[in-house]
Design a binder for this molecule. Structure first.
Ligand SMILES: Cc1cc2nc3c(=O)[nH]c(=O)nc-3n(C[C@H](O)[C@H](O)[C@H](O)COP(=O)(O)O)c2cc1C
Length: 313
């Protein structure tokens, strides 16, 4: 709403992050994007195409008077694996578009048009980066995706070539130049933004970032994909986050629920990590998911392990 009011004529994109453990979040995210007529989405953390991201893409397709396909919803897919890149470089899978037609979420004509365009207009190769990362070196990842792009382009002969961007570890002008030398059409930066006043990051966090060196980062369990064991890269120096998050994940793997935790482990969590009783944390979880995704609570009521996962997340 703010972008539509404040920058009506300027382009912007909205991030759509895949949510494997919160399907409703992704589905409702797409509904919001459609309702607010968002024209460009950066799709990230996808391991495969979901009906939601396919719906966003295909619901924006229309036929021009001269018979070409107009792409009303642009997608920039940020990926770190060649097989995921290829899914975004190919047309939407027909099994998914057929199901969307049956559910009345796209038209039969849109499903037809979807055969002639890729899922994404641009694909960003995300190498070792802040946040979620597969930790591949850019010099190894980028040429691989370039080859996939060229192969798919030769096979399908799209009128518009898919653009390839580079992300991960780009924080200086020379690093950006290196990415362009590899063949990137554009670059994406993330971590450097966190050090800027405009990011809204707290003074305390920016002070820690300004004092950090190359070796001061570590992998830690990711809250949003906790149960899957997915990790993300965080600042280590000056924070106990990675150690504590790893401890939580170890306990999650070893015990069947909060009730099964040994007294000593539970006491340590309540004193050092949460600094309050776990019952209080659960009360917060209930309040949060009642607002956000009540299905999560239904599933958690039947499983002590799921309850533990929600508390730890
Ligand atoms: C604090 C932080 C939060 C992030 N959150 C998201 C996010 O919500 N969605 C997303 O697609 N990428 C997210 N990223 C990844 C960035 O968009 C970007 O791809 C990545 O940071 C680029 O690598 P770099 O950190 O080495 O510059 C995040 C990165 C950081 C550091």
């Amino acid at each position: 709403t703010r972008f539509a009011a404040e920058i009506p004529a300027l382009p912007y994109a909205v991030n759509l992050i895949h949510s494997p453990s919160e399907d409703a979040l992704e589905r409702e995210g797409v509904e919001l994007l459609l309702r607010h007529r968002v024209r460009c989405v950066e799709a990230s953390a996808f391991m495969d195409l979901t009906p939601h991201v396919v719906r966003y893409r295909v619901a924006g397709l229309s036929r021009t008077p001269d018979g070409r396909v107009h792409v009303g919803h642009r997608i920039v897919a940020k990926v770190s694996r060649a097989e995921v890149a290829e899914r975004f470089m190919r047309p939407a899978p027909e099994a998914i578009t057929a199901d969307l037609v049956a559910r009345g979420l796209i038209t039969a004509e849109q499903a037809e048009l979807a055969r002639r365009v890729p899922m994404a207009d641009d694909v960003t190769a995300e190498a070792d980066s802040g946040g979620h990362t597969d930790r591949r070196p850019l010099t190894a990842l980028f040429p691989g995706l370039l080859r996939v792009r060229d192969t798919v382009q030769r096979e399908l002969g799209y009128g518009q070539r898919i653009g390839l961007g580079a992300a991960g570890g780009i924080g200086t002008p020379r690093a950006a130049a290196a990415a362009f030398a590899l063949g990137a059409d554009y670059v994406v930066v993330g971590s450097v933004h966190q050090s800027c006043l405009e990011s809204g990051t707290s003074d305390a966090a920016r002070r820690l970032l300004a004092g950090a060196g190359l070796a001061d980062f570590e992998m830690a369990p990711a809250a949003d994909m906790f149960e899957l064991g997915v990790e993300l890269q965080v600042l280590k120096k000056g924070t106990l986050f990675p150690m504590r998050a790893k401890k939580l994940y170890e306990l999650y793997k070893a015990y069947d629920g909060v009730e099964a935790l040994p007294e000593e482990a539970r006491g340590q969590l309540e004193r050092q990590v949460f600094r309050r009783p776990l019952e209080d944390v659960w009360a917060d979880v209930e309040e949060y998911f009642t607002r956000r995704d009540p299905d999560q609570l239904l599933r958690a009521r039947q499983s002590p392990r799921r309850r533990m996962a929600l508390v730890f997340r």
